[in-house]
Design a protein around this ligand. Structure first.
Ligand code: COA
Length: 164
């Protein structure tokens, strides 16, 4: 029997997961029959957390919130991962206009590599427009309050990291 379900991949480095990512995940779940959150090995960014910790943080939060999504880490090309998971769409969040250029190029490259896959962009909700993992890490490293940007479990991990 063939699987007719619409499978979507929401990829990212999630270093660490923020309320911005969670907003996109919740909304993406409504668009597909099955959502796979793909945690990417970070080749272009110097990640603060290794892929295992990033994946664990995402798993913990997604389960805590009762969200029905699979969480799988991957290295290599996103399109290869998407194909392996039998996904037909890649979902990405768009914040300000500044995200557009990079995201537009990435969707074009992915389309050239695998034309069967479409990218869907979801605009970040008003409350999460300006959250970024980099800002969160910087604020935490300066002992600032990050409660408005990340869940409690992530906040603890960031402060623990600073104390090491
Ligand atoms: N709300 C708030 N913040 C958001 C957000 C939202 N809706 N969506 C993204 N962000 C922020 C993140 O916090 C992060 O901030 P940072 O740049 O300060 O770290 C940033 O926007 C993007 O992070 P993330 O969503 O985790 O994605 P990414 O850009 O790190 O992920 C991959 C990029 C993994 C999808 C891409 O590198 C990839 O596909 N890699 C695999 C290799 C490959 O196939 N390469 C060819 C593709 S062209």
């Amino acid at each position: 029997m063939t699987d007719k379900r619409k499978i979507g991949v929401y990829p990212g480095t999630f270093d660490p997961i923020t309320f911005g990512h969670i907003d996109i995940i919740k909304r993406a779940c409504k668009l597909v029959d099955k959502l796979i959150i793909g945690i990417a090995e970070s080749i272009n960014k110097d990640a603060a957390f290794d892929i295992k910790s990033r994946t664990e943080m995402v798993k913990y939060e997604i389960r805590r919130l009762g969200i029905n999504a699979d969480i799988i880490s991957f290295d290599g090309l996103l399109v290869d991962f998407a194909k392996k998971q039998r996904a037909s769409v890649i979902i990405r969040g768009l914040r300000a206009v500044s995200d557009f250029d990079y995201e537009f190029q990435m969707s074009w490259v992915n389309y050239k590599l695998l034309p069967e896959i479409e990218t869907i962009f979801l605009p970040a909700s008003e409350d999460t427009q300006f959250i970024s993992s980099s800002f969160v890490k910087e604020i935490a490293s300066l002992n600032g309050d990050i409660s408005k940007f990340v869940p409690e479990s992530v906040k603890r991990k960031l402060y623990e990291k600073n104390d090491m």
